[in-house]
Ligand binder design. Structure first.
Ligand code: PLP
Length: 410
C-alpha cells in the first residue's frame, strides 16, 4: 500500500540536517549558526536562572501530581499569558472578549489557529479565504498552513538592496489582497530576516488592514527576547488590539523562557469590540476547545507550570526580565562586534544591517555559494539563505567568524 510513488521519501528538514552535519564535524574551530536557540558565551545552552528557581519551587510542592491538565490547559498559565501579551489593563481582557487556550508551543498554537480558520473562517469576499505570509518567512509556516489546506499566498518583505524592510512591496500586496484576507505577521524579531516594521509602519499597516477588513494572525515567538523589553516587543500586537481588530495570536515561550523542549505556548483569539463580543469569544473558544480535544486531548503540564509560577510571582517576574536583558544584551553585543570587525577589515559591502536587524537572526546577505564555502573551508554552519543565528556567536569565536566571512565575501 505504501509504494514509493504513493509515499515518496520526504526531504530531511534542512535545519535539523544542518545540526547533524555540525555534530559530525570534528574540527575544533567549527561554529554553529544554524538553529535558533540561545547559547551562552561558551556556546552552551543556557537554563535561565529564573527557570531553575521556579523548578526548585515546583519540586518542593507536595501537591504536585501527574494528572491531566484541563483541555484548555492550566488556567494560571493561560490567564497570565493573556495579561503578558495584551497588557494587564487591556480593554480586550476587561471586556471579556479574549479567549486563551494553552497549546503546544508556538508551532501548536499556529496549527490550532490554522485549523480553526480552515474550518470556520468566513470572509466578506469569498476568494479571501487565503492566508498571506511574508517572503521569506519561517519555513514551517508553509507546512503548517498547507497541512490544513488553507490556500497560501505571500507578500514581499525583505529588500535585497537595503537588507531592510520592503515596506512598499509589503503594503501594496496587502492592499490588493481580497477584502478579509488572513495576514500572518511576525510580532517582533522577524524570522529569518531580523527586520521589523517601525512603529509608524505598523500604524500604517493597521490602517490599511482595517480599511480592507483583513484578519491579522500574529506569530509571537520572541517577546522580550528581541529588545529585552516585554512591552516593546508586544507593541505591534497591542496597537492592533487597540485598533479594534478581530484577530489571533500564537504565543511561544520557547525562546523567552528557554523552554524549547517543554512546548509551552498559548493561543489567543480576540473578538472585535461589539455588544456581543464576549459571546463571540466564548463560541470561538468552545470550538477551539473541541478541536484541541481531538488533536492533543490536553496540553503538556511541566513547562506551563514553570512559566505560570514565574508569570504570577512579582519577584520571579522581575528576575525573568533580568534574564531576558542578559540574553538580548549578549546578542546585541555580538551584533555590534560583528559589524565593527567587518568594517575594520573593510569587507566589501555595507554592514549596518547587522546592527539594524533585531532578535535571534541576522540576514547577512551572503549568497548560497558563500555559505557553502563557509561550511566547506571554515567549518561554519548556517542556512543556505545566508541567515545566521546571532546566539551562536560569542567572544571566543567572533574573530574567527568575522575572518571567515571576510574571506568568502571578498
Ligand atoms: N514562529 C516563529 C517565527 C519562530 O521562529 C518559531 C521558532 O523558531 C516558532 C514560531 C515556533 O517555535 P516553537 O514551536 O518552538 O514555540
Amino acid at each position: 500500500a505504501f509504494s514509493a510513488d504513493v509515499v515518496p521519501q520526504a526531504a530531511e528538514d534542512p535545519l535539523f540536517g544542518l545540526m547533524a552535519a555540525y555534530k559530525k564535524d570534528d574540527d575544533s574551530k567549527k561554529v554553529d549558526l544554524g538553529i535558533g536557540a540561545y547559547r551562552d558565551d561558551n556556546a552552551k545552552p543556557w537554563v535561565l536562572p529564573v527557570v531553575k528557581a521556579a523548578e526548585e519551587q515546583l519540586r518542593k510542592d507536595p501537591n504536585l501530581n501527574h494528572e491531566y491538565l484541563p483541555i484548555a490547559g492550566l488556567a494560571d498559565f493561560t490567564s497570565a499569558s493573556q495579561k503578558l501579551i495584551l497588557g494587564k489593563s487591556s480593554q480586550a481582557i476587561a471586556e471579556n472578549r479574549a479567549f486563551s487556550i494553552q497549546a503546544v508551543s508556538g508551532t501548536g498554537s499556529l496549527h490550532l489557529g490554522a485549523l480553526f480558520l480552515a474550518r470556520f473562517y468566513n470572509p466578506p469576499a469569498p476568494d479571501a479565504k487565503t492566508i498571506y505570509v511574508s517572503t521569506p518567512t519561517w519555513a514551517n509556516h508553509n507546512q503548517i498552513f498547507t497541512n490544513v489546506k488553507l490556500p497560501m499566498k505571500s507578500y514581499p518583505y525583505f529588500s535585497k538592496e537595503t537588507k531592510g524592510l520592503d515596506f512598499e512591496g509589503m503594503s501594496s500586496t496587502i492592499e490588493s489582497a481580497p477584502e478579509g484576507s488572513i495576514i500572518v505577521l511576525h510580532a517582533c524579531a522577524h524570522n529569518p530576516t531580523g527586520v521589523d516594521p517601525t512603529n509608524d509602519q505598523w500604524q500604517q499597516l493597521a490602517q490599511l488592514m482595517k480599511r480592507k477588513s483583513h484578519f491579522p494572525f500574529f506569530d509571537c515567538a520572541y517577546q522580550g527576547f528581541a529588545s529585552g523589553s516585554l512591552a516593546t516587543d508586544a507593541w505591534a500586537i497591542n496597537h492592533f488590539v487597540e485598533q479594534g481588530f478581530e484577530m489571533m495570536i500564537a504565543q511561544s515561550y520557547a525562546k523567552n523562557f528557554g523552554l524549547y523542549g517543554e512546548r509551552a505556548g498559548c493561543f489567543h483569539f480576540i473578538a472585535a469590540p461589539a455588544s456581543d463580543a464576549s459571546d463571540v469569544a466564548a463560541r470561538v473558544g468552545s470550538q477551539l476547545t473541541l478541536l484541541q480535544r481531538s488533536e492533543i486531548s490536553n496540553p503538556p503540564a511541566y513547562g506551563a507550570r514553570v512559566a505560570a509560577l514565574i508569570l504570577n510571582d512579582e519577584k520571579l517576574f522581575a528576575q525573568w526580565e533580568e534574564d531576558l536583558r542578559t540574553m538580548s544584551g549578549r546578542i546585541k553585543d555580538m551584533r555590534k562586534a560583528l559589524r565593527s570587525k567587518l568594517e575594520e577589515k573593510k569587507t566589501p559591502g555595507t554592514w549596518n544591517h547587522i546592527t539594524d536587524q533585531i532578535g535571534m537572526f541576522s540576514f547577512t546577505g551572503m549568497s548560497e555559494q558563500q555559505v557553502a564555502r563557509l561550511r566547506e573551508e571554515f567549518h561554519v554552519y548556517m542556512t543556505k539563505n545566508g541567515r545566521i543565528s546571532m546566539a551562536g556567536l560569542n567572544t571566543h569565536n567572533i574573530d574567527y567568524f568575522a575572518d571567515s566571512m571576510n574571506n568568502v565575501v571578498r
